[in-house]
Design a protein around this ligand. Sequence first.
Ligand code: HMG
Ligand code: MG
Length: 293
Amino acid sequence: MINNRGNVRITEVGPRDGLQNESVRIPTAIKIQFVDQLSAAGFPEIEVTSFVSAKWIAQLGDAAEVMRGITRRTGTIYSALVPNERGLDAALEARVDKVSVFVSAADGFSKHNTNGTVDEVLARIAPVVSRARASRKPVRGYVSCIVRCPYDGPVDPAQVVAVCMRLLEMGVDEIDLGDTIGAADADSISRLYQAVAKIIEPSKTTLHLHDTHGQAIACALRALEIGVRSFDSSVAGLGGCPYAPGAAGNVATETLARAMVSAGFDPQIDIQRASDAGLWMRQQLASTRESST
Ligand code: HMG
Ligand code: MG
């Protein structure tokens, strides 16, 4: 390490964001093994799956079975996406440690991804947040399309701030800012945080980068300079969203972690084990695709 600039936190989202876009059905047992390998790499948080409608994301229709099958490591938070109260019931039943609600900063993606405008989705998730909190589950509030929407085009930072404000008023514990289609560059991250920092300290946000144009590491390094200390990523850069055309995978965990180390931060994970888990999952995806043809 060059100098000690402190600890950073990586949430591994490969089992959820990494796999949700895969059209060939991945066996539940493979998903469970994948999460178990990630647990062994020591992540403080793993986003395991989504309790969304299987009509919308068929790949994650086995959310409850995956949650039931994983071996939980002490020190790792096992979280999942929840779009509505029905999803919350299932997530609580499956003993998720943390609930992640999600809403877009732009109406276009919101309608395509969750069948409602931003306002409608905020109204839908408000009872999810309050009930999750009543059940003593911490809540992450994702804001998607922080720079650009695949349907509406550029997104003004003021739109992002307005949605963050609504989520904070609802009582979320954490704001997660998502560059859903990987449209950000370092300067757009600076502009965004200039606006967001007026209502929430950068160190209290998580940044969720996709790497469509190879800018994700530059964005992460700029965010570290700004004071962000929590990031999402996916081993082997798996990922994408079926309702965000053109979106590539998440920033690769192993690349992000190595960049953090070079910049003097400690990502507190076993990078080699994380990298091996990504390679293993890529091999599983290749053989699952092969056996389906
Ligand atoms: P809808 O069609 O308006 O909902 O979808 P509905 O209430 O009319 O229900 C439709 C059907 O789904 C019904 O079944 C419901 O029972 C069922 P039917 O009666 O027709 O047989 N259903 C459910 N089943 C299981 N679990 C549930 C559930 N809810 C309804 N929770 C809805 C609205 C929000 C449900 C839908 O649009 C949806 O599930 N969307 C999720 C899409 C998604 O997961 N996208 C990817 C994640 S977001 C992302 O990737 C971005 C992120 O990574 C950050 C970033 O990159 O920026 C987080
Ligand atoms: Mg994403």
